[in-house]
Write a protein that binds this ligand. Sequence first.
Ligand code: PLP
Ligand code: 3DJ
Length: 397
Amino acid sequence: MTDFTATRALFHIPPGVIYLDGNSLGPLPLAAEARAARVLRAEWGDRLIRAWNEAEWSTMPARVGDRIARLIGAPPGSVTTGDTLSIKVFQALAAALALRPERRVVLSDSGNFPTDLYIADALCAALGRGLEVKVVAPEEVADAIDESVAVVMLTQVDYRTGRLHDMAALTERAHAAGAVTVWDLAHSAGALPVDVTAAGADFAIGCTYKYLNGGPGAPAFIHVADAHANVAQPILAGWFGHDAPFAFERGYRPAPGVERMRVGTPPIVALSILDAALDAWEGVDMTAVRAASIRLSETFIREVEARCPQVTLASPRDPYARGSQVSVTHPHAYPVMQALIARGVIGDVRQPDVLRFGFTPLYLSEDEVVRAADILADILATGEWDQPQFHARANVT
Ligand SMILES: Cc1ncc(COP(=O)(O)O)c(C=O)c1O
Ligand SMILES: Nc1c(O)cccc1C(=O)C[C@H](N)C(=O)O
């Protein structure tokens, strides 16, 4: 059993907090704080514009991309970073659709995150070639893949339930029908072993502020499979995706490979923080992370089901059919979560009735998980949650 004591020491976890929301916003890695200070003063402050060369700012999107590549089974040079995930969804889907100009359907599922579906709707409308977004239930995706489908666009782990799609099987099915795949790994990268290469994924995208701990609004990533990297059409033809940005040519020439998916000036401070956050993953074996995550989530389910008859499991019971989070439902999920947070147990709520808890072995122990379940049981048994301050809807998340 891998001991994660050493990685826990790399994070700032406020005293008295049991953090079960690393699936939404990872905690602060201590190295990120030091790195941000250095980038601000020693790089931006002292070197000024020379830092683009001297501090190698211009190659940061690829260097950071390579570190993420290892965690998602992508070859070096096939991942770049920058922008937000919503933008990366737009770029990946547009490039995927351009590979199947004769087809009309983008297939997704009702468990997908709203931004992915909004972007797909808007892009299909803007492209104006009779495209439609077809949304089916998660368990119906495989059967809905037919020869009308241009792109199968899915989030591997459902943000509400934690249900895990079989990326390899669905990609194989999509390819057999002549479709291209776009996989959103927002809730997968750093949560479980992912192998985009073995699965044959065409495009993969994700954010880095969840399990990768890159901080609020951290740069997103995009991977393009080798087969498409030099033919993919960048719909956002920004100058940093140009083959020679500083030649300032009138016409756009895409950079080789995934670099064409860069758009504008990279967010250097944010990339530096993410780079420092990725230090925590050095030498970490994703198989060991997965084993520990399953132990933590199984403990939580066991303890909660034994002591909280008021809630119902909303995640798959089979640990191999879910990502690294567990959801339970309760008719008063919002005040229950506020009461938990007041006792130091931080998870979140997805309306109307989902209490969501993320399991992140890098900094979360089995003892904490048992204590969190204890506190939940207490709050439910005593009705502690049913107080006016917990009902007030002051929070956006
Ligand atoms: C699956 C998924 N896609 C996209 C997003 C959001 O993208 P962005 O980083 O652009 O806000 C999230 C979370 O916010 C998400 O869970
Ligand atoms: N991106 C977020 C934000 O800017 C504020 C609050 C939450 C988020 C999230 O990432 C939500 C998350 N994708 C979810 O799974 O619900």
